[in-house]
Design a protein around this ligand. Structure first.
Ligand code: HEC
Ligand code: HEC
Ligand code: HEC
Ligand code: HEC
Ligand code: HEC
Ligand code: HEC
Ligand code: HEC
Ligand code: HEC
Ligand code: HEC
Ligand code: HEC
Ligand code: HEC
Ligand code: HEC
Ligand code: HEC
Length: 454
């Protein structure tokens, strides 16, 4: 705040156009012309009862051409609307609280000031002419200085407006588009509250704010929880670095991610906005896209899954989240539940929890069945045979959990050591045949048990 300096500037400016120099021939009374007359008599003598003070050579400076915006009472020579004889010895015969004079004609401003909760400092002290030139000005609204300079003359707040990234209206000095220069009902005398303050200009956000899912802070407090309205050193004037801004409020998410053994890279790097909009979205959880498109936007190679003949149920539905936790997990491949990522795994309860979220666990446990699984030879459950043993084959030895060109989501090949072993599968009406790299062709039939050669 540099109000004193500002007033000195104004006063210095006034001295330059003082009546002594301009109105040379006019006999002046004894009062010091720079400070005004000391008594009302001196003033009355000076004006000689004239109603207009701008005739001839006198005070014509107040109506000169460069005052493109004249003030009506000054233009009309109604000088005594403000310079009042009874007010002497006050300087220039002005009421100490200038607003009283102004309000006589500008009732609307008075009403606004009196009825508002927040009134600007200079208005409170009746200092209307710190911003307005009462006689006329080259600028709209009779402003003394350019709109852009006016506020910063008193508000010279270091670091406030000179960050690396400055908001365009602030750069342009259009402070008044957000702050009422006189008074308002909103703190900091803002012209509106919350998001409304911003979306008058950021119109493209209106639509998003009125439909779908809107991020809580936009609804509750607007935009300034995250963006500095004036200036700042972070991109977009974010109140924190892009990688940290979300954690200001989502501390719980940071803790959650920290605790995971495996952290999804974009989440741990704070690239939250690669998946979430900070503002609003048509998708739940403010996701920027439908889930599988979102994942494929980075995992581009996996898009081939879409071209395979068969997609696994949840994959076909685009529901990658059925199995993966997008932020991180204690399981390999950020899986929500346990699933061994090996070719062999000794069977234990719980190690296939992921699959048994949706499929019957009995598939891996009952020895003989006519119902639990179709992968059986007669009544012999071949799932159990392969899976449920010390050197059990894991599901992924045979199945591709995302998509496959073979029926029953059987892989075309499986990685074994450093090689890929092909797997040919022929499905029949009551069973199937398989030529894997690990043994000779074997078949199974649910009704006429096949005798395979060992
Ligand atoms: C709307 C109120 C208002 C009206 C109308 C007005 N003045 Fe002023 N005048 C002021 C104020 C306030 C000041 C104090 C200095 C300032 O803020 O510019 C002032 C200062 C002055 C001064 C001394 C400083 C200077 O700028 O030279 C003179 C002389 C003056 N006015 C003459 C006039 C004359 C002549 C008229 C009529 C043509 C007039 N004023 C009309 C408000 C007014
Ligand atoms: C005698 C009546 C009168 C007094 C006293 C008066 N004004 Fe005015 N003012 C007017 C009129 C009339 C206009 C032109 C019509 C309008 O725009 O409202 C005007 C215009 C203005 C404008 C420009 C408005 C615009 O939209 O461009 C400002 C600013 C202003 N006055 C400020 C002041 C200030 C500050 C004071 C006190 C120092 C003051 N006025 C005192 C009558 C007055
Ligand atoms: C801090 C600077 C500042 C002060 C002090 C100030 N004004 Fe203003 N005033 C402005 C600006 C800037 C505008 C231009 C319009 C806007 O941005 O809202 C304006 C506009 C106006 C207008 C015309 C627009 C309208 O709303 O009718 C009038 C009249 C006016 N002011 C009167 C006053 C009076 C009377 C006072 C003292 C009680 C005063 N002003 C004090 C900055 C100021
Ligand atoms: C003549 C000096 C002066 C000018 C010019 C001025 N201000 Fe102020 N401003 C003040 C004073 C005095 C305060 C009160 C400081 C305080 O209470 O701490 C203030 C306070 C403020 C506040 C804080 C108000 C609040 O309610 O918390 C804002 C915002 C503000 N001014 C904005 C502006 C804007 C925008 C402009 C330009 C239109 C401007 N000021 C021009 C003197 C000025
Ligand atoms: C885009 C809208 C916008 C613009 C333009 C703007 N401000 Fe602000 N200003 C705000 C908001 C919103 C606040 C409330 C504090 C916050 O949320 O950071 C504020 C607060 C302030 C404060 C009070 C700070 C405090 O701690 O109370 C001052 C002083 C201020 N602004 C001055 C200005 C000045 C001077 C300009 C022009 C150079 C300006 N503002 C331009 C929106 C704006
Ligand atoms: C008076 C009009 C206006 C208002 C009000 C306004 N803005 Fe802006 N804003 C702009 C302009 C102009 C730009 C720069 C052009 C662009 O990128 O669209 C901008 C750009 C931005 C940007 C992009 C970064 C940059 O600086 O280029 C952000 C973020 C932003 N504004 C946030 C806000 C917030 C938050 C508010 C409310 C406190 C707000 N704006 C109010 C006009 C406005
Ligand atoms: C929760 C914090 C947060 C809130 C609240 C917020 N923003 Fe943002 N905003 C961001 C982040 C983070 C980005 C950067 C997005 C990215 O990295 O893709 C951004 C980007 C922007 C951009 C530039 C890029 C774009 O999307 O056009 C503008 C403009 C913007 N915000 C305006 C606003 C406005 C206006 C509001 C209030 C209606 C608002 N923001 C509320 C965090 C927020
Ligand atoms: C100013 C505080 C704040 C900031 C900063 C913030 N959020 Fe939020 N966010 C909330 C609040 C409050 C909620 C609603 C309550 C909750 O679900 O925790 C919320 C909810 C969410 C939701 C859940 C939405 C839903 O539909 O359930 C997501 C996702 C989210 N935020 C992501 C983000 C991201 C990404 C960022 C960083 C760009 C961010 N948030 C920054 C306060 C914030
Ligand atoms: C790879 C995409 C992705 C990234 C990166 C990501 N999220 Fe999420 N987030 C999601 C998805 C998808 C959901 C939907 C619910 C679920 O499965 O947890 C979600 C849900 C949320 C929720 C609401 C539900 C909950 O779990 O509390 C919040 C809050 C959230 N994320 C915050 C964040 C934050 C903060 C970051 C940055 C550290 C972040 N997210 C990074 C995809 C992501
Ligand atoms: C912003 C880019 C991005 C998005 C969006 C994204 N990921 Fe990732 N993801 C990565 C990066 C980077 C890695 C670590 C490097 C790698 O393995 O490719 C990774 C790793 C993974 C891994 C672990 C791979 C391994 O070898 O351990 C899985 C599984 C995964 N992501 C699944 C998903 C799913 C499911 C989604 C959608 C919800 C998703 N990702 C969205 C960037 C992304
Ligand atoms: C039924 C559970 C399940 C679903 C649904 C699922 N995944 Fe996976 N995903 C896994 C398993 C298990 C792995 C571990 C690798 C393996 O066993 O083939 C994995 C591995 C991955 C990997 C890392 C290895 C690789 O092949 O690149 C990515 C990336 C991945 N999944 C992305 C996705 C995406 C994207 C979706 C949604 C389109 C999705 N997943 C849906 C279970 C699933
Ligand atoms: C979120 C539920 C869900 C999870 C978890 C899940 N599946 Fe599935 N699975 C389905 C649905 C739904 C179908 C039926 C649609 C289809 O054929 O893909 C299915 C079908 C299958 C089929 C083919 C059935 C047929 O008749 O052709 C196999 C094989 C399979 N799943 C294996 C697995 C494996 C292995 C896992 C563990 C990694 C697993 N599933 C986890 C939902 C799930
Ligand atoms: C040795 C290879 C192999 C292994 C290991 C294997 N499957 Fe299968 N699975 C098959 C074959 C072949 C079928 C097709 C049966 C049919 O329809 O004729 C099948 C079918 C299925 C089906 C469809 C329903 C059914 O039972 O017929 C599901 C679900 C399934 N498997 C889940 C799993 C899960 C979960 C695991 C791991 C715990 C697993 N499979 C391990 C070969 C295997």
């Amino acid at each position: 705040m540099n109000r004193e300096r500002f007033l000195r500037i104004i006063l210095a400016g006034m001295a330059l156009i003082s009546p002594v120099k301009e109105a040379g021939s006019q006999p002046l009374s004894s009062g010091d012309p720079l400070t005004g007359f000391t008594t009302s008599d001196e003033y009355m003598t000076h004006i000689k009862g004239e109603t207009s003070c701008i005739g001839g050579q006198c005070h014509a400076q107040f109506t000169v051409e460069e005052n493109r915006f004249g003030h009506e009472p000054a233009d009309n020579g109604d000088c005594r609307a403000c310079h009042i004889a009874e007010e002497y010895p006050n300087k220039y015969g002005l009421e100490p609280d200038q607003s009283i004079a102004c309000y006589r004609c500008h009732r609307n401003i008075e009403r606004k000031v009196r009825s508002s909760r927040f009134v600007h400092g200079p208005i409170k002290s009746g200092d209307c002419t710190s911003c307005h030139d009462p006689h006329g000005s080259g600028r709209e609204f009779l402003l003394r200085t350019s709109y852009g300079n006016m506020c910063s003359l008193c508000h010279n707040l270091p670091g406030f407006f000179d960050g690396e990234f400055t908001h365009q209206p602030v750069k342009d000095g259009n402070c008044g588009l957000c702050h009422d220069p006189h008074a308002s009902d909103y703190e900091s005398r803002l012209t509106d509250v919350g998001a409304n303050l911003c979306i008058v200009c950021h119109e493209d956000m209106v639509e998003g704010m009125t439909g779908g899912y809107v991020h809580d802070p936009l609804v509750k407090s607007g935009c300034t929880d995250c963006h500095d309205p004036h200036s700042g050193n972070n991109v977009l004037r974010l109140k924190d670095s892009t990688g940290q801004i979300c954690f200001r409020c989502h501390e719980e998410k940071r803790n959650e991610i920290d605790q995971y053994v495996l952290k999804h890279e974009p989440a741990v790097k704070g690239q939250c906005t690669s998946c979430h909009s900070p503002h609003f979205s048509k998708n739940q959880y403010l996701l920027v896209d439908r889930i599988d498109d979102l994942c494929y936007s980075c995992h581009k190679d996996n898009r081939v899954w879409r071209e395979r003949r068969f997609q696994h149920g949840p994959v076909a539905q685009g529901n990658c989240l059925a199995c993966h936790n997008p932020h991180g997990s204690d399981n390999a491949y950020i899986l929500r539940m346990a699933f061994p990522h090996r070719f062999y795994a000794p069977y234990e309860k719980g190690i296939y929890s992921l699959c048994f979220l949706c499929h019957k666990e009995a598939l891996a446990t009952v020895e003989k069945t006519e119902t639990v699984t179709n992968f059986r030879n007669g009544e012999v459950n071949l799932h159990r045979l392969h899976v449920n043993r010390k050197k059990g084959r894991t599901c992924r030895a045979c199945h591709d959990v995302h998509a496959s060109d073979q029926e029953d989501h059987l892989r075309e090949k499986f990685p074994f050591g450093s090689v890929d072993i092909p797997l040919y599968y022929v499905k029949t009406e009551t069973g199937g045949r398989c030529i894997p790299g690990c043994h000779k062709e074997r078949g199974y039939d649910r009704f006429n048990m096949v005798e395979n050669i060992k």
